[in-house]
Design a protein around this ligand. Structure first.
Ligand SMILES: [Zn+2]
Length: 297
């Protein structure tokens, strides 16, 4: 590993009771025990008898938008080679409600798997989609602490690339691809579309944090052609998927050097819709009194 240990030279002497202070057992920040478990058996039942209603091939180093009606499933498949995808989700009828990767991470951890949901931004904060199938579920966490499908990496973007590459100018980062795809889909100006692009679910990407330094690490995705990640849509969704210019993201991104492959998005409509008790997204019912209080002052 080529990243440095830190702190290299602490300025301050550790206190006498440092061992006691550091040995406290951690607890889960956001216990999700209160949330009902995803009804995976019910999803599986209706998914078994579903018709494919749409398919979109996302070109390498490019992005596409796609619609998924509420109650349908959508699948992202690696079709040609190891390839990472950057996923954005919007409420189709209100683009201000969008996938909130940070809070999803707080609830489900750094990497998502079957039964985990993708939650939307405040104030709705509700389930947009739930992962129902993952052919990489065998991967778990490897010896380096890395895993697949993270909600930690934000998305590759030309601003960070410029900052870290002595002024490099690259125009096909996932951030840029998603911006162009959303503008083309909605007809909004590119400048406006850019403001709707948000932190992603890194589909198939293999990532983690170094236990010693906290550095964000990646390695080549274990996904191979035929591998897929499938979701149930809790609301009418507009999705955006970028086939990352990093390809398998083994060594680099934000350039044309990596070998890249397309990604396939398919939408499936169950013949038998799920009952409303199952389909209704879980969401926050906070009454927003905090705003009412501040308005009085
Ligand atoms: Zn990317």
């Amino acid at each position: 590993m080529n990243h440095k240990m830190k702190p290299v030279n602490p300025k301050f002497t550790q206190p006498d009771d440092h061992a006691v202070r550091k040995s406290l057992e951690p607890v889960v920040c956001y216990p999700t025990d209160a949330l009902p478990k995803a009804p995976l058996a019910e999803y599986e039942k209706v998914r078994a008898d579903a018709d494919r209603t749409a398919a979109h091939l996302v070109a390498p180093r490019d992005a596409s938008c796609f619609e998924v009606p509420q109650g349908h499933f959508f699948r992202i498949t690696s079709v040609d080679g190891p390839q990472v995808g950057d996923l954005n989700l919007w409420n189709k009828t209100n683009l201000d409600e969008r996938f909130y990767a940070g809070k999803t991470r707080a609830l489900h951890g750094t990497h998502l798997g079957v039964g985990d949901s993708l939650w939307s931004s405040f104030p709705a904060m509700r389930q947009m989609a739930t992962i129902t199938e993952d052919t990489l579920d065998w991967y778990g966490f490897d010896e380096f602490g890395l895993s697949v499908h993270d909600v930690i990496g934000t998305r590759c973007d030309p601003y960070t690339h410029n900052l870290l590459s002595n002024g490099g100018q690259y125009h096909y980062c996932c951030h840029s691809n998603l911006t162009r795809a959303l503008a083309a889909e909605t007809g909004m100006p590119l400048l406006e579309a850019e403001s709707y692009v948000h932190d992603v679910l890194n589909v198939f990407m293999c990532t983690g944090f170094c236990r010693h330094t906290g550095a964000y690490l990646m390695k080549g995705t274990p996904a191979r052609p035929g591998d897929y990640l499938e979701f149930y849509a809790h609301m009418d969704l507009l999705g955006g998927l970028s086939a990352c210019p990093g390809g398998d993201c083994a060594t680099m991104h934000s350039s044309d050097q990596a070998e890249c492959s397309p990604l396939l998005v398919e939408v499936f409509k169950p013949k038998q819709p799920l009952p409303e008790a199952v389909t209704k997204p879980l969401g926050s019912n906070y009454n927003r009194q905090h705003i009412a209080d501040s308005d009085k002052n």
